[in-house]
Design a protein around this ligand. Structure first.
Ligand code: GUN
Length: 300
């Protein structure tokens, strides 16, 4: 295996250590994040639980707001309004996916942009487009940038191929890579489910970001020798030999791609832990900026 493995667990721990120190140095109330979860989707239960655990580890308070799958979008939005108005809440995260009957983007847009630590609302997506750093960047693409930065991957003039066009990963990742600063300044191609001859395009990538949610779609022959491969996919595939009856695999066939790439992220242990670390970082940013606003208002 010529590729070196980018260790997301290790890099996320470094970031969490930095966040922890920042939290400890803050004056005033502890940063607080409110989680909103609808229904009992096992993956959502797991991820929200994990985020709460990590928050506690770095000294961030968290509150869990649970709603039955039968709740209406209006009820959910009313609850978000209450959290928006609560000065003790600095960050709000509505765990996706939401029930099919709801318009997910409308719900994300309801979150006060100053508390939108997920970076999913239109204001924050707009700020990302405008390269306005006062906004929040979605945690997974922000985590990808940190992985590249801390693994000394130079994006200047590189051809980055993003596979996937979701609002949560693909689109913001592409915007970050074309940003007029490093890590950015890349040439970006975005591929998706309708792309013809995907391999012909991914083979041009100096960096391939696979975020399409299809297990093993990217095989070794689709990677250029020496490329950097970032696998965002976390897919459950049945495995009778595994204790839980399934195992997690990425969008990339790791063993094959690792034979040709120079650096590659594993699944699990690559991008996943970075998403959680960046959420903590965003929550501290939200807390600091809201407290700054409050103290300014107090002086006026
Ligand atoms: N579901 C999968 N990833 C995410 C994420 O980053 N944020 C939220 N809110 N839901 C998700």
């Amino acid at each position: 295996m010529p590729a070196s493995v980018i260790d997301g667990n290790k890099i996320s721990q470094e970031i969490l250590e930095e966040v922890s120190q920042e939290v400890a140095s803050l004056k005033g109330p502890k940063p607080t994040i409110a989680f909103v979860r609808v229904g009992e989707d096992p993956a959502s239960v797991f991820y929200v639980g994990k985020k709460q655990k990590v928050a506690a580890q770095v000294g961030i308070e968290s509150k869990l707001n649970l709603f039955p799958k039968s709740c209406t979008q209006a009820e959910l939005c009313a609850a978000i309004d209450v959290l928006n108005a609560d000065p003790a809440v600095h960050g709000i995260l509505v765990q996706a996916p939401l029930p099919d009957e709801m318009n997910e983007q409308e719900v994300f847009n309801r979150v006060d942009p100053r508390k939108d630590v997920d970076g999913f609302c239109r204001d924050n997506l707009g700020k990302l487009c405008q390269e306005d750093d006062s906004g929040f960047v979605a945690c997974t693409p922000a985590g990808i940038v940190e992985l590249l930065k801390r693994s000394d991957v130079n994006t200047e003039g590189a051809h980055v191929v993003v596979v996937g066009r979701s609002l949560i990963v693909g689109k913001p990742a592409a915007l970050l890579m074309i940003k007029k600063a490093l890590p950015g300044n890349a040439t970006v191609t975005v591929c998706h489910s309708r792309t013809k001859d995907l391999g012909a395009i991914t083979r041009q990538g100096d960096i391939v970001i696979a975020a399409i949610g299809r297990p093993g779609l990217i095989t070794g022959d689709m990677i250029k020798p020496g490329a950097v491969v970032i696998d965002v996919g976390i897919n459950r595939v049945e495995d009778a030999t595994a204790k839980k009856g399934y195992r997690l695999v990425g969008d990339v066939v790791f063993e094959e791609a690792a034979e040709v790439a120079s650096q590659i992220t594993p699944v699990p242990g690559g991008v996943g832990p970075m998403t959680v670390a960046m959420l903590m970082s965003n929550t501290v940013k939200a807390c600091k900026s809201l407290q700054g606003e409050q103290s300014l208002a107090g002086k006026l």
